[in-house]
Design a binder for this molecule. Structure first.
Ligand code: URA
Length: 246
């Protein structure tokens, strides 16, 4: 079936990247498709093991998600952060240097609740960023998302760099609704980076069909989503585990 073929295509690209240790987005025709990147780094594996473990206490769980937020955002910004060149005086003389352009802040959008755990570490790494919170809750039976908080600016320009943070991409309903909201304000999918921790095929399929060109950075792609909308094996309810509300 076409869905399975598409998903094994992503998985194949992920595996190729793992083997090659590739560090950048692909070029050529696949640039038009959504790209899922799983950094082949031992620290990503380590922090993923910590968040998967049911015995991990809430404070450590939140800290580990933060570490993943930092590493995955670092990877996601590698080839896109706008820079400016200049000259500074070192104690020993002049040096040509490159700065992050302070006039083009990265717009970071954490999806509440669990996206908050990725946000602090992600933004502490970026010299100029602006954070716009979006709160979504999904219905336990229909999985339909509803937005209870929307701090997005009325307009976003097409060349703006946007980072969306949500650790769990399961059915994709919440992320689709957030992305529709963002693009309806003028942002372009090719300038959006989604940072997740565990992604599953139903979400990847939905997002790729509607938002070609968008890039997702995740610690792992898990095989399935159960009838309750949880990723298997996943890590459970990320929001509850972050905030100790289980
Ligand atoms: N949201 C979560 O927190 N966990 C899942 O497994 C799926 C969605």
């Amino acid at each position: 079936n076409p869905a399975r073929r598409a998903i094994s295509g992503w998985a194949a690209r992920r595996d190729l990247r793992r083997q090659a240790g590739a560090q950048q987005a692909s070029t050529g025709p696949s640039n038009q498709q959504m790209l899922v990147y799983v950094p082949p780094h031992p620290l990503v594996k380590h922090w993923l093991a910590v968040v998967r473990n049911v015995a991990t206490p809430s404070a450590l769980f939140r800290g580990a998600l933060g570490e993943l937020g930092r590493i995955l955002t670092y990877e996601a910004l590698r080839d896109v952060l706008p820079t400016i060149d200049g000259v500074v005086d070192t104690p020993m003389g002049e040096a040509e240097v490159t700065f992050i352009d302070p006039n083009r802040p990265v717009k970071v959008i954490p999806v509440l609740r669990a996206g908050l755990a990725l946000q602090e570490q992600a933004t502490s790494m970026i010299p100029t960023s602006a954070t716009y919170h979006v709160g979504c809750v999904r219905d336990d039976t229909t999985f339909e998302p509803s937005t209870y908080l929307n701090k997005l600016p009325a307009e976003l320009s097409p060349d703006e760099l946007i980072v969306v943070l949500d650790p769990m991409l399961a059915t994709g309903g919440t992320m689709m609704s957030v992305l529709e909201n963002i693009t309806s304000r003028g942002a372009q999918a090719k300038n959006i980076r989604v940072i997740s921790v565990v992604a599953a095929p139903p979400a990847l399929k939905k997002i790729s069909e509607k938002f070609p060109g968008l890039k997702i950075y995740t610690a792992i792609i898990d095989p399935e989503v159960n009838e309750q909308g949880y990723i298997i094996p996943g890590l459970g309810d990320a929001g509850d585990r972050c905030f100790g509300t289980q």
